[in-house]
Design a protein around this ligand. Structure first.
Ligand code: PGA
Length: 260
């Protein structure tokens, strides 16, 4: 029986910012700010060189540490890549898969997203799979088609019983780092489409249990209005997660979300 309690998840995507020293300094300031948080799960995705220091610093605290990417193979001649076993060996628990910047600049495709999702599940890493349409796709009325395709290829060939830990992040590409946020209506509509595609592929029960985060210019000022939506289960935050104060305010906004 899958739990249908969708605890909000607030995740920080630090991209290529912060050295290990800066990352641990963030945590030192951040912990006291979220010490009363019980509403949201918190996951930080720092750059690879910061992972060991942050895993150490977060031990025993209710903050999880994830990687922004990984290869799907366990080992091999893949210069510059990091495997799932290397991540779990150092205590990393989560992985971001298919972020739009990886799709745009590093040849990530729906097919590699699928390979990485399968591998993350096999290695007991909690996956956050990112999907989202580009501006021209939205302007041409192709949002639903793009989202359905991204979700269906990501989940292809995976037994639904293995998908209990899946989290999806809806990040419209035109909203990332631009200051343009999707309106609550736009976000809710996209999340409903994604949930119905998960239901079509893996069943209604799993779809109702799957957390779908919104990402794209989330700030303390707009987090509550997005996180309170019926089909939005948290946020993936870039720019505003680099500062402990603003990220803690976004975490706090999760407590305004009605329980479901
Ligand atoms: P942003 O980035 O919050 O800076 O728009 C979000 C993301 O890329 O995950």
């Amino acid at each position: 029986m899958i739990s249908t309690m969708r605890t909000p998840l607030i995740a920080a995507n630090w991209k290529m910012y912060k050295t290990p020293t800066e990352a641990t300094a963030f945590l030192t300031s951040f912990f006291p700010l979220v010490k009363n948080n019980t509403a949201a799960e918190i996951v930080l995705f720092p750059a690879m060189p910061c992972l060991p220091a942050l895993v150490d610093a977060a031990r025993g605290k209710s903050v999880f540490i994830g990687s922004q990417n990984m290869h799907w193979m366990q080992e091999g001649a893949y210069t510059g890549e990091t495997s799932p076993t290397m991540l779990t060996a150092i205590g990393v628990t989560h992985v971001l898969i298919g972020h739009s910047e990886r799709r745009q600049y590093f040849n990530e495709t729906d097919t590699t997203v699928n390979l990485k999702l399968k591998s993350a599940l096999e290695h007991d890493l909690f996956p956050i799979v990112c999907v989202g349409e580009r501006l021209e796709e939205r302007q041409h009325g192709r949002t639903a088609e793009v989202l359905r395709l991204q979700v269906s290829i990501a989940l292809e060939g995976i037994d639904p019983v293995r998908l209990g830990s899946l989290v999806v992040a809806y990040e419209p590409v035109w909203a990332i780092g631009t200051g343009k946020t999707a309106t609550p209506e736009t976000a809710e509509e996209a999340h409903t489409m994604i949930r119905s595609e998960i239901a079509r592929i893996a069943g209604q029960e799993l779809a109702q249990a799957t957390r779908i985060l919104y990402g794209g210019s989330v700030k303390p000022e707009n987090a509550a209005s997005l996180c309170c939506l019926k089909d939005v289960d948290g946020a993936l935050v870039g720019g505003a997660s680099l500062n402990p104060q603003s990220f803690s305010e976004i975490v706090a906004s999760a407590s305004e979300r009605p329980k479901r």
